[in-house]
Every structure is written in structure tokens, then in C-alpha cells.
Ligand binder design. Sequence first.
Ligand code: FES
Length: 682
Amino acid sequence: MTKDPLVVFTPSGKRGRFSPGTPVLTAARQLGVDLDSVCGGRGICSKCQITPSYGDFPKHGVQVSKDALSDWNKVEARYHEKRGLKQGRRLGCQATVQGDVVIDVPPESQVHKQVVRKAATVRDITMDPATRLYYVEVQEPDMHVPNGDLERLQTALAEQWDIGEIRVGLPVLSKVQPALRKGKWAVTVALHRGHDDSHERLLDIWPGYFEGRLYGLAIDLGSTTIAAHLVDLRNGQVIESAGIMNPQIRFGEDLMSRVSYVMMNPGGDVEMTAVVREAINELVGEIARDAGIDPCQIMEAVFVCNPVMHHLLLGIDPVELGQAPFALATSDAMSLQAVELGLAAINRSARVYILPCIAGHVGADAAAVALSEEPYNSKDLALIVDVGTNAEILLGNTERVLACSSPTGPAFEGAQISSGQRAAPGAIEHVEIDPETKEPRFQVVGSDLWSDQDGFDAATRATGITGICGSGIIEVIAEMRMAGLMDPAGLIGSAAQTGTERSVADGRTHAYVLHDGSGSGSDGPVITVTQADVRAIQLAKSALYAGARLLMDEMGVDKVDRVVLAGAFGAHISAKHAMVLGMIPDVPLDKVSSAGNAAGTGARIALCSVKARLQIAEIVKKITKVETAIEPRFQEHFIAATAIPHATETFPNLMQVVDLPDVSFNTGGADGGGGRRRRRRG
Ligand code: FES
């Protein structure tokens, strides 16, 4: 008896025998091979493309002849004529098995495709979106069988896609009848099934086969900035990104001042909820416009935020978060209708998912950082700091993960800094200061040239030199310390003490002139680093360091194996400068890496994968939260950390690569000739 043909799928390696004439899609489904289909094998969607391989495959034990699959049929020929099929490709629902064959399923035909999450660390996410499209053919109504159009749609989904109960909201219910009739009883539906759903929800319906795409938003709602990424829900690609300032700043720059505002002003929470929702709507409108897409195709939004932002987004009074024991209204992940949050700019039936909070002050943003950086999978002891107005800090490895949140204030984001600005073209982002001449050179966002290189003026003419962004302020202050312009206490020396006219008097203190754009007839800004700027950074970095140190105490360690710097500008922070400032504990410089916006990445992962949503719900339960606000050692660590780099800690790894002049510019230390100084190394 001859055996049925053997079908081997790659890359999965799944194999089975099928009788001649079986469509490849059917074989794939029976074997559980991940081969996409929106139209259910009707030759409409083209999502089922496969590539057969011919020849000898000793590895699989098969020889594939040229006639292993059926010839092209009319559907494939028509599709090829209209859209073009790539060389060697077939439609899996049309090609049938005729002989032994090896079939490759290309990544774009896999539902659960792997998407490279971050080029730098080459980690993958597997697509498992909550919202998907299904094409379905529905029975026409029959007077003798008196059921509704929706019920027949449900029956068709059950028969053709094995989909059980679906729930339908009023906005989309009103679209069902016109769509069915316009599509001649064939429609495409968008169905959503979230992490905690026992059923699918009908989010939208289109007549016939819907050619468009579905999108989602990953939104990092920070105290100072709101960043959003528009993501294609088929492949996880970021189509567009945009950010705006959080308008709640006018009620208070940091979280506690916003909570105080609510305490002092009844109804203040309602006001803050309204302005942040309005800003999000504006941002979403802008991002859809820039991407050139219909906002109705945005079906989901995922939010990550700290607990205070979380409550204010949801319209919950945050006062409980302002006092011990810092009780959250809820710490679980949430799945909501977008309209409940006033998100009017996207599909009317769109869903919102909010990551779980870890505890009191440790929010969904820290959970998102954990999802992105996976400290629980790290063999090394990893310290992950997500730098923002509130720093989220995680310390851990495969055995244990600790988390805290530290109130750094907005200085690292350029706020509270006299010449601070966001990282836009024209903002100074990298700085070097010559330790001998004390002359600076710098780079601005938008140009690769240094300010002392030919062509710099021409390259920056359009943008001008407008201010200093977050990474620039870290670098310039660290460079000032390395060049002996500032002492370990953070005091900027006078011109006489430092030997440079760039140190100018500024009231009773001094400032360093980084760039003077006011000369030679131009009226550009004078960009200085003032004593108040240094103080703001000192406070911010001390809070960051003290938080990290507290976690290290809790873990019972004095050093960590590696440090990951994350945050909206985490990708741009220089490891050396961060360590000179004493933002992070001492480690070899090559053990400091940048993760970019890890909270935003975590939001994107949750947007692309229901499995990841289930996973983070489990992970947050295992993370131990450390509350900085009530921990007396936090104050001790904070005070010691105000010195640059630190009053008591030594930085042996750092000292191998930098010199930190031992200068002192307090009143007793001024010697009129550059301060007391000696070079220190090691
Ligand atoms: S499954 Fe839609 S074209 Fe093949």
C-alpha cells in the first residue's frame, strides 16, 4: 500500500502525512503549524503565503519533486496578476499536496511571529495580539428561521473559526446590519480577547474583506512627558512615535506636589484627570495624522504609568498615595473600554489595558521595565534604573527581584534647569571640557559635528543652539567636575579659582558659560550651567543613588554585576558621565548598558502579546517592593550621595579611567589660583 504524501513544515519541523489533494492550509492547521489566515481559506486575504522547497532533503528524509504541490489555480493567478506573489510563493489555502513536500512558512505568514524587540540586546517578542481580524460568510436571513443578523454572524464565526460566545457593544451593533448587506453577507470582523476575558468582543465590522490594518498604542504616561508609539498589531512594528509634555505640570512638578494639590484643592483630581485625558487625545490625534491612518483603526491602547498618574488617568483621587501605608485603589492589571477613559480619538469600541502596579509608589511603569528588561531571567545581579521624574529602580537576578521608586524630580528631563529643554534639534546633548584650557566643545541634537569642527555653524544654522537636554546636563556637570570647574560638594568655582573667564559671577554663586550665542551681532541665547542647576541635579542623582543603594542593602550586597540605564533619554546617557556624577554605583564601564525607554518597550510588549500580559501579572507578585518614603536609611544614603560622585563610597572602576581633581571652592578653599588641588587616580 502506498503511503500518503509526507508534508514537512519549516521552521517548526512539524510533519505529517496527508491524502493527495489536501490544501496546505488544512495540513498546517491539523498539525498546529502557525500559518495565518484572515479569510478562512477563501483565497482573499493572501495571509497564508508559503514557500515550497524542491529537491533532496536528507535532513527531513524526503525528496521533493516539482509536482509535489498542485499547479497554480485561478485564484493564485488572479492574485498574482493584481498584487503580485513573490517568486516561489504559493497561497497555502489554494495549493494542495500531491507528493512529499517541504514547506517553509515565512515570518510574515506566521500569526505568532517573532519580532526583534531591541536591536541592541537582540531579544524577541512573539506576536500574540488581543485583537485580530476574521473574514466570515454569514447566512442570509430567512423568514422561517426568525433569528437576528448578529446571531447568524455568531453561528458563522463558530462554524468557520471555532469562536464561541462573542459580546457586542451598542456602537458596533448598529454597524452589523449595513455591513452584512453591503458585503453581500460576507464581512470582516475585529475580535478582541484580553488577558482576563472568557469571550471575544466584537470591536468593529467591515463589509466584505477588510484590506486595512489594525493598530494599537503603547503609551508611557510619565509625570513630565507622555510618549506614545503607534504599533501595527500584525507585526509589532512601530509606525510612528510622538510625545508631549504632561499638562498636569502646572499643578505641581512632581508626584507629591500633585497629590498635595488635590489635598488642598477639592476637585483638583477631577481637573488633573481632565487635562491629562485631553492631552492624550491630542497626542493620539497627532500621531494618527502623522502616520496617515484612520484613527478608527486604532483598536487598543496599553498604558504604563506610576501609581499617581495611574489613579489620575482612571479618575481616582490619589490622596491615599500621599500618606502611609500608600494604598492603591487597585494594583491589578486593568482591561477597560477606551471611552471609559475619555479616549475619544480612536475606535469607539477600542479597549485599554493598564499594566499592574507593583505596590504603593512602585507602579505599572516599573512592571513594564521588568517586562522589558527581564531581571528575573538574569544570571548576573542587574541594577536597572529607569530615569525620569520618578526613577523606577529594579535590582535582581533569577533568584530574587526588588523594586523601588525614587523621587528624583524632573531635573533629568531638563526641567528645573535654567537652560534645560527637551531633546529636540538644537539642544546640546554631548559635552566635553578640556581640563587644561577649560574650553568646552559640544554636539547638538540633529548634527554629528562637534562645535569646534568645520561646518558646525552651517549644520546648526537652521536649528540654532537652543538649550541643554537631559543627557547634555548630565555630561556637562560631570565634565565640569572632571575639569576642576566644580568641587566634590558641587560648588562652581569663580574665574579666579578655576582660571577661566567662562566662570562668571551669578549673584552670590557662579555659573559656567557653555555657549554664548549673543556675540557678533547674533542674538542667540547664552547657555550657562548655574549653581542652582547643579543643585537640582545633585538632588536628583542623590535620590537615584540612594534608591539603588537601599535595594542593595535589602539584597545584602555591596556591588552589582551590571547596570542598565533606561528612560526616555536612557539610550543617550553616557555611562562614564553618569558614574562621575555618582548616579549609579561603581561597576566596570563596559558593564553599563542603555535600554532606551524600557517602560515604553514594556508597554509595546504587552500591546503585542496577551501571553506577556499574563506573564507580568505573575511576575509582579514575586517582586519585593521597597518603600523609600518610610525607610530611614534612604535619608542617610541620600545625604552621602549629594557629593560628586559620593562622600563615602569609592569608585575603583571609575577611577581607573578618569581623573577627578581634588579641588574645593567653599569660601575657605578659594586660593585665587584654581582652588586647592591635586590629581587623584585610583
Ligand atoms: S487563507 Fe486567505 S488567501 Fe489563503
